[in-house]
Design a protein around this ligand. Structure first.
Ligand SMILES: Cc1ncc(COP(=O)(O)O)c(C=O)c1O
Length: 273
């Protein structure tokens, strides 16, 4: 079942209009929410971020956040989803193709669910990442449908046998193509400040809470690739990535095994989910 505005439709019934602005311009926003044991994880936080993204691109949501939540929870139930994700997006709607906002359109909400296993191998053993230039636009804080920079970065990772591509703007490390990036140095967590150069991940926020509970300093500060090479540990965070230890960056080994602080955070995260 697919959700289209307030209707639950089969895949065959759900058609995207050729002139939907999401399709032609990437003029829309989205969220991916993890579902564990049939229950969504941090749904309210994702909805709050959706509302923020909508405001930043001056898009009116087709219904209230409460109604969106109700529909999405219903979709999870109807699809009998136990472990996976729910994806939802809102586009500015359908109108004859013009660049500026069209008048008289209503935004279109669509959502679907997908079963997905947790990335256990990477969670347990860590992953390799590679670095690439951050060529994205300057509003990476908006979770917009424009993902071409992220797509190219991830493709680069895959072609280089890596889980993720860590992007670098100028000489500053920003984030992964679909995850936030942390290094650990002398017991402190370091990650890029939550400004327009990165998406403020919901999982990143969870890491901040867990770090505070564990008495680990959470430092939002710019750092460079050389700092990554000198880090004691590194990890990624994201709704599907969870807290994935990074053991290799390009040809540089960070550690043979996931580091002790990363493991502590993973244990605390595990309790939460
Ligand atoms: C560019 C980018 N950064 C960070 C994240 C992590 O965000 P979250 O923890 O909310 O999933 C994502 C998630 O898809 C992302 O696409």
């Amino acid at each position: 079942m697919i959700l289209m505005n307030d209707q639950f439709l089969s895949r065959e019934q759900a058609n995207v209009d050729m002139e939907d602005r999401g399709y032609q311009f990437g003029d829309g926003i989205y969220e991916v929410v993890r579902v564990y044991h049939g229950a969504s994880f941090k749904m309210d936080e994702h909805l709050t971020r959706l509302a923020r993204s909508a405001k930043e691109i001056r898009l009116t949501l087709p219904m209230s956040l409460g109604e969106i939540k109700e529909k999405i929870v219903e979709l999870i139930k109807r699809n009998n989803l136990k472990d996976g994700i729910v994806y939802f997006q809102v586009t500015r709607g359908t109108a004859p193709r013009i660049h500026q906002f069209p008048s008289n359109t209503t935004s279109v909400l669509t959502a679907y669910t997908k079963e997905m296993e947790r990335p256990m191998k990477d969670l347990l053993h860590g992953a390799k990442v590679v670095t690439t230039e951050d060529i994205r636009w300057l509003r990476c804080d908006i979770k917009s449908l424009n993902l071409l920079g992220n797509v190219l970065a991830k493709q680069y990772a895959v072609e280089n046998n890596a889980k993720e591509a860590i992007q670098i703007r100028g000489d500053i490390v920003t984030e992964g193509s679909s995850s936030n990036f942390f290094i650990v140095k002398d017991g402190s967590l370091l990650t890029h400040p939550a400004n327009h150069f990165i998406l403020k991940g919901i999982t990143r926020d969870v890491v901040e809470v867990l770090a505070t509970e564990l008495g680990l300093p959470f430092v939002e500060k710019e750092f460079k690739l050389e700092d990554v090479y000198q880090a004691d540990e590194a990890f990624l965070s994201g709704s599907t990535t969870e807290i994935t230890p990074v053991t290799q960056v390009n040809d540089h080994k960070i550690s043979e095994q996931p580091g002790p602080i990363t493991k502590k955070l993973q244990e605390a995260f595990e309790k939460l989910i």
